[in-house]
Design a protein around this ligand. Sequence first.
Ligand code: DC
Length: 230
Amino acid sequence: MRKIMIAIDGYSSCGKSTLANALAKKLDYLYVDTGAMYRAVTLYCLQNNLIKEGKLQIRLLKESMDNIKIEFRNISGKERSATFLNKQNVENEIRKMEVSNEVSKISVIKFVREKMVRLQQQMGSQKGVVMEGRDIGTIVFPDAELKLFMTANIKTRVKRRYREMVANGIGVTLEEVKKNVISRDYKDTHRKESPLIQAKDAIVINNTLLSQDEQLDIAVKLAKERMAIT
Ligand code: DC
């Protein structure tokens, strides 16, 4: 069977990462979480005082772009690969509220997106990749053989994100998570640079009422169909 590119886009906390990771494992494909890349750039800004009193120093960030090296590495005993920023494992830090609250400031910037998209295209150049984000099926890999667009109702999404954060030891309230999810939805869909939109040829998976296994079954079936086409 041929190797294909699988693009998974959708709103935050829709279960994209869970499905993308499980699908990649099942197919023995590489999994790429592009949201983690925007989060890592945000963490760099916070660590290097490029965000002061909530204001981003765009010129300084532009000058620093060559100093930001992002990679994914497999960690033994871990289900998912971890995000590394300049050789430091930042997987836990990039999931914190401080980063979630600032990431939309970074993901709207054209020069940041251009660099991330270039990296993502390199990672996917050999196919055999499941890549998830907001613009994968529209901008990064518009020719992806399979495009999925995930949705779920807001209540379910907030609950899932809250549980995930608490399970990772992150102190947060349900209300804070809700505010952040709603605000990022708005920013993701209204920004000028690569807003979140459903690709015309994407297949929608609304997983409000689906279990993880049910979603995976749907995605594997679709992937195998596309892999069989020569
Ligand atoms: O998937 P996530 O919630 O970890 O993504 C973090 C932020 O990065 C999110 O608010 C939107 C942005 N993002 C983006 O603009 N483009 C992508 N391909 C992936 C994420």
